[in-house]
Design a protein around this ligand. Structure first.
Ligand code: ASP
Ligand code: MG
Length: 485
């Protein structure tokens, strides 16, 4: 069994869904379990819809609802589905849009958009796309079955990034889905969404359908999880920034997680957890170039010293520095310092601390800056720590983090040296540095406007391009191609 997840770009419209249908049919003998994202842009549309509803703009809300509805119906028609399914699809679409309209109406009336309602509204994208894909696969003669992931994936109440209860979820999935697969059914599962024990709809975080796929892979003990995207695989750097960036043939779960954390939008970072635990390889494949081998993610990193080094980057960051003799040198200080940051819900991308403990810097997304500063200042004030002599906080905005990731750097001399000399030669000023003690990651913070230059300089100096290209040319794994028709 292979779990195959198709992202929004792979489902942008009828033409793309046909392409997806062709792929699923081609691998039908591998007993695919299909997981889908919403059609491209639909989740963003739904979030905008929710925001318009709470601002009390009924005209705009109905306009947006209309557009969403028309788009899904049009693509269904282009797929030739409307008549073929005896009006059933029509009725199902109708029911979903009536429900969505009802929820938006509630938000309009109450002028209140809870995270719970936002999750419910966001859930419609996957519920709609899964309906279309199910019917399209049926029209190809496959025994596709619509599966609402909410009936199986149990989460807590952290709306927007819900935490999965693995015991309950795996039990449900094994009971609910395995028997059908064994009988030759082909489940089409809504990505991204789950449900609390109390029955509220939750989402697993943006781009969470990858995670859904890997949860399914873990529960059903799939042979592999394939993430179908619009790119050939994980690249040595963002190809939009670096022309010589190349697809890598193989990386480890840990490298993939680090890359995802530092902005490479290839795969959701949580995806690696269930796969790693169940020893299930993940393969990144291109829907629009299905014969390319893609990138294989397993526990085994590439050969030591030869594995490519990957350069990843995120901009729009702020670097917060706390300094002051008054607060440091006490055990537990870092914990206390960062607790209000965590409680504010801010994700820290890197920390660097001088050994005198005189200052600590950490990088966060600029969007989180305001609430983080508020939380820190309040905490310091409450403890009487704020003030020039005791501690003060400085902020540098418009920064970026550039991460060099790779098992290839473990135990190798001189990688950090090459990174910094490359940046120095390119005239990029390094503001803060952190190296993970796992030796899988070196992260530097620089000015945002230097990002492109910095990424290029590092990528070219480490010369990952050629080695990676050689690897990428290897043929695809035989496992599935042998089974394909
Ligand atoms: N549709 C959701 C999003 O856009 C989930 C996903 O695409 O994986 O975030
Ligand atoms: Mg998406």
């Amino acid at each position: 069994m292979i779990v195959m997840k198709f992202g929004g770009t792979s489902l942008a419209g009828a033409a793309q869904i046909r392409q997806v249908g062709g792929i699923v049919r081609r691998f039908a003998r591998s007993r695919p379990v299909v997981v889908v994202s919403a059609m491209a842009g639909v989740t963003d549309e739904l979030i905008a819809l929710a925001e318009r509803s709470v601002s009390g703009l009924p005209r705009e809300v109905s306009g947006r609802l209309d557009r969403l509805q028309r788009r899904h119906r049009r693509e269904a028609r282009l797929l030739g589905l409307s008549e073929g399914s005896g009006g059933r699809l029509e009725r199902e679409l109708e029911a979903l849009f009536t429900e969505l309209e009802g929820v938006c109406h509630g938000v309009l009336l109450l002028h209140e958009l809870s995270r719970r309602s936002l999750d419910l509204i966001s859930s419609f994208g996957e519920r709609l796309s899964a309906l279309l894909v199910t019917d399209h696969l049926r029209s190809l003669g496959l025994r596709a079955q619509f599966v609402d992931a909410r009936d199986h994936i149990v989460t807590d109440e952290s709306h927007g990034a819900a935490v999965v209860d693995f015991d309950a979820t795996y039990r449900n999935l094994r009971r609910g889905i395995l028997p059908g697969v064994r009988k030759g059914h082909l489940p089409v599962v809504t990505g991204f969404i789950g449900r609390t024990r109390q029955g509220a709809t939750t989402t697993l975080g943006r781009s969470g359908s990858d995670y859904t796929a890997s949860i399914l892979g873990g529960a059903l003990r799939a042979e592999e999880v394939w993430i179908w995207k619009e790119v050939d695989g994980v690249c040595t750097a963002d190809p939009n920034l670096v022309k010589s960036a190349r697809v890598v043939a193989r990386i480890s779960y840990q490298e993939a997680a680090e890359m995802a954390h530092y902005g490479a939008e290839v795969i959701h970072p949580k995806t690696m957890l269930p796969a790693r635990r169940g020893h299930i390889p993940i393969r990144i494949k291109n829907t629009f170039n299905p014969n390319a081998p893609g990138t294989l993610i397993t526990s085994r990193p590439g050969a030591r010293g030869k594995a490519p080094l990957l350069v990843s980057s995120i901009d729009g960051m702020a670097l917060v520095t706390v300094e002051g003799t008054g607060i440091f040198g006490q055990p537990g200080m870092i914990l206390r310092l960062l607790t209000p940051v965590a409680l504010a819900g801010t994700n820290i991308y890197m920390i660097s601390m001088s050994s005198s403990e005189y200052n600590v810097s950490f990088a966060i997304m600029q969007g989180d800056l305001e609430k983080t500063l508020k939380a820190l200042e309040k905490d310091f004030r409450d403890r009487g720590l704020l003030g020039e002599q005791v501690a003060h906080i400085t902020v540098e905005r418009d920064m970026c983090a550039i991460a060099v990731v790779g098992a290839g750097m473990k135990g190798q001399h001189g990688i950090a040296g090459r990174v910094f000399s490359a940046l120095g030669d390119a005239g990029v000023n390094v503001v803060a540095i952190a190296q993970g003690s796992s030796e899988y990651n070196i992260t530097v913070v620089t000015r945002g406007r230097d990002m492109k230059k910095g990424v290029r300089a590092i990528h070219d100096r480490l010369n990952v391009g050629r080695a990676a290209l050689r690897r990428a040319r290897r043929p695809a794994l035989r496992l599935v191609s042998g089974r394909a028709r």
